[in-house]
Design a protein. Structure first.
Length: 410
């Protein structure tokens, strides 16, 4: 029992951009069907990499989203891919929430690479061009990790503080957790929380050099899994205290019932084999939400498809769920859209709210024969289910761990 009274935190808007499409409807249908989006990389030259596959958001769709927004055409043309992704997600969420004023609204956002793709382009231009570097200072401004967040906040007049979380692959979930803590204690009334990441060559080459990328496909928890595949995207959630929402009377998508974060301090890239910090996150998120493990209807796994990550997460889930693990429905959507890094935790939270709203569970794509370490019920095909309580795991390099407890709003 929490000794400190706290405010309930509800979700009044959700925005999402993934390789499945732009917006709630396109993504909900894609996740429900378990559609995979991997194709040869077109954004940069991967001829020198082992892996050639990723899940990209079509550039044409991104440009359409910018054109349909309130940003002026000339200004939008200067924006990099990361800013466009965050704009599309944040704008959808804000419009859904029906908020009229951005006064005091905070932005808590996670990312791993920020505007790295833009930085790559500037470096290449500086290396091969003999022309004067006119106009580059303003472009460099967009390279800063927080700049996409500031640009969109300026567009909508969100005058509250901007916080950018850089907790590796747990960044998006960590940003939501930070927002929940500030809202639940009464420090803020409205926060735009989420995450974004655009595919960047340096990131792709880095994962490839670690031999973390699969050459055959992303198969979380499969016995023959051999690595992850990268994706890109963004998701935003408008979070409000229940008291503030009651004053407005806005529709509610769901509730963030609890959060937890922990660090395992094991290795720079390898997770703790026993999943100790991940287990602590699962236990703490349920404690804060007031749930027993047996009451959780579905768990969205971090499930990257790497040998070590999935084994560690399986150990954590088994330790937390105990004898009830066999009845727990689990899947990872990374087999559909790839690992979107800093955006993953936010995207997966929105996917959970989609599933609760539509009464279905997202199936695992290309699971194949499961690893013997899996003790839980992997969702392998589209499944109808009225779920009330879900957990969403996010784990990152360096031992960053986060878990979100999400509840359906009846």
């Amino acid at each position: 029992m929490n000794p400190f009274p706290r405010r309930r935190v509800v979700v009044t808007g959700c925005g999402i951009v993934t390789p499945l499409g732009l917006g709630w409807a396109e993504n909900a249908e894609g996740f429900r069907q378990g559609r995979a989006c991997f194709a040869p990389v077109s954004l940069f030259d991967v001829s020198r990499q082992r892996c050639r596959l990723a899940a990209e958001v079509p550039s044409r769709r991104l440009d359409e989203a910018v054109s349909a927004s309130r940003v002026r055409a000339k200004r939008g043309q200067r924006w990099d891919r990361a800013t466009k992704l965050w704009l599309a997600a944040a704008e959808e969420a804000w419009r859904q929430s029906g908020n009229a004023s951005g006064q005091g609204v905070a932005s808590y956002v996670g990312t791993t690479s920020g505007g790295m793709a833009l930085g790559e382009a500037l470096l290449r231009q500086a290396g091969i061009s003999r022309q004067p570097r006119q106009g580059q200072p303003s472009q460099v401004y967009h390279y800063l990790a927080y700049q996409p967040v500031v640009e969109v906040a300026r567009l909508w007049g969100w005058t509250g503080p901007v916080r950018v979380a850089a907790n590796a692959c747990a960044s998006g979930a960590s940003a939501v957790a930070h927002a929940w803590r500030d809202l639940s204690c009464g420090r803020r009334s409205v926060v735009i929380a989420g995450g974004f990441d655009a595919l960047a060559h340096l990131v792709f080459a880095g994962f490839d050099s670690l031999q973390a990328l699969s050459l055959t496909g992303c198969r979380p928890f499969a016995a023959n899994r051999d690595g992850l595949l990268l994706g890109e995207g963004a998701a935003a959630l408008v979070l409000e205290t229940l008291e503030f929402d009651k004053e407005r009377g806005a529709p509610i998508f769901g509730e963030i019932a609890g959060v937890a974060t922990a660090t395992d301090l094991h290795h720079l890239t390898q997770p703790d084999p026993g999943g100790n910090a991940a287990t602590r996150c699962l236990v703490e998120a349920c404690r804060v939400a007031g749930w027993d493990a047996s009451e959780v209807d579905y768990l969205n796994a971090h499930g990257t498809g790497t040998v070590l990550n999935d084994a560690s997460e399986s150990a954590a889930i088994t330790s937390w769920a105990g004898v009830g693990a066999g009845k727990l429905a689990v899947s990872s959507i990374k087999g559909s859209i790839g690992h979107t890094l800093g955006a993953a935790g936010a995207i997966e939270a929105v996917a959970c709210f989609m599933a609760m709203d539509g009464h279905w569970l997202p199936p695992q794509v290309d699971a194949g024969a499961l690893d013997p370490c899996v003790t839980f019920d992997v969702v392998r095909s589209p499944r109808s289910r009225i779920a009330q309580r879900m957990l969403s795991n996010s784990f990152g390099f360096g031992g960053a761990n986060a878990c979100l407890a999400l509840r359906r709003w009846a």
